[in-house]
Design a binder for this molecule. Structure first.
Ligand code: FES
Length: 303
């Protein structure tokens, strides 16, 4: 069949059945559920150190993708072992391990979900519902197996794994299509040319005030401290691209930080490091110098 502009859309529909997942992003009927969940979860998962751990701030890596490995691995292995004669006990143990290890995956997922855009939250609600159903099916399977109802237990776990696979597909939609959990500052070193770049005269920068400037096509924020140090980091928040230039400067353990106006991640103005979640990836931090009254910046590893 020849592909022409007229029939290429039909071809895409044939070859991209998963495109239907995109519609979930705009399913506004899910907003009511999301609002109820937000209210309930914010009472349980409060801003602070525990929430930062659930995001993965201390490790500098999102916790949720790591936390899901154990339950998914255990459950997949259990279903495979159902085809191995005499491995019934091993299957039961693996299903139990999966159920018991689901809590960190659930909590870290909800912590991340709380700080997403509405379109991402809609997909997240269905992702979570699928995984909750899958977990319930594995729990049911375990009970059935312990009661000697092996065949029913096997059916329940097989259905559970299929449901978890649907949840995983939606998780992929969130991560890859909607960039939830991705590092939104990743492109900066690729967009900034190596070497030194002027961002303005020293006198332009008011002490203590965040000011937005451009380095080539990359927006940055310039902050001049009371002791005349000048710090420059990339402007678009690594969490979900919020404009840090519209944030506020706050002190975290003696380190001046900018707090993102969208979900309140905090970044050290001196180093770009995350000082408070939900972000887990640092901002690009530029070296600075003053030459003949002009502030110049250079990004290590640029280009
Ligand atoms: S965009 Fe979410 S904390 Fe900055």
């Amino acid at each position: 069949m020849e592909i022409t502009p007229d029939n290429s859309e039909v071809m895409m529909k044939v070859f991209l059945p998963f495109k239907a997942l995109d519609a979930l992003e705009n399913a506004e009927y899910l907003d009511g559920v999301a609002a109820v969940l937000q209210t309930a979860l914010r009472k349980v998962i409060r801003t602070g150190n525990v929430k930062d751990v659930l995001h993965g701030v201390p490790t500098g890596h999102p916790l949720h993708p790591m936390a899901v490995q154990l339950p998914i691995g255990a459950w997949t292995s259990a279903v495979v072992l159902d085809f191995v004669p005499g491995a019934g006990k091993a299957s039961r143990v693996l299903i139990a391990i999966g159920v018991l290890s689901a809590a960190p995956a659930v909590l870290s997922g909800w912590a991340d979900w709380l700080e997403l855009h509405p379109q991402q939250q809609r997909v997240g609600v269905v992702h979570s519902a699928a995984n909750a159903t899958g977990t319930l099916l594995f729990g049911t399977s375990l009970v059935l197996r312990c009661c000697g109802r092996i065949r029913a237990g096997t059916i329940a776990s097989t259905l559970g794994l299929a449901t978890i696979a649907v949840g995983g597909t939606l998780g992929g939609q969130l991560a890859y299509r909607q960039a939830a959990g991705a590092n939104h500052a990743e492109a900066v070193p690729h967009l900034v040319a190596p070497g030194w770049h002027r961002v303005g005269e020293v006198g332009e920068f008011t002490t203590g005030k965040l000011q937005r400037r451009m380095v080539g096509n990359v927006p940055v924020i310039v902050w001049r401290s009371a002791n005349e140090n000048i710090a420059v980091i990339s402007n678009e928040c690594s969490h979900l691209s919020g404009p840090l230039s519209e944030g506020t400067v706050t002190d975290v353990n003696g380190d001046p930080c900018v707090e993102c106006p969208w979900h309140h991640s905090r970044f050290s103005l001196a180093t770009g490091q995350v000082m408070g979640g939900p972000a887990t990836s640092p901002q690009a931090a530029f070296k600075t110098r003053v030459v003949n009254g002009m502030v110049e910046v250079s990004l290590p590893h640029a280009g």
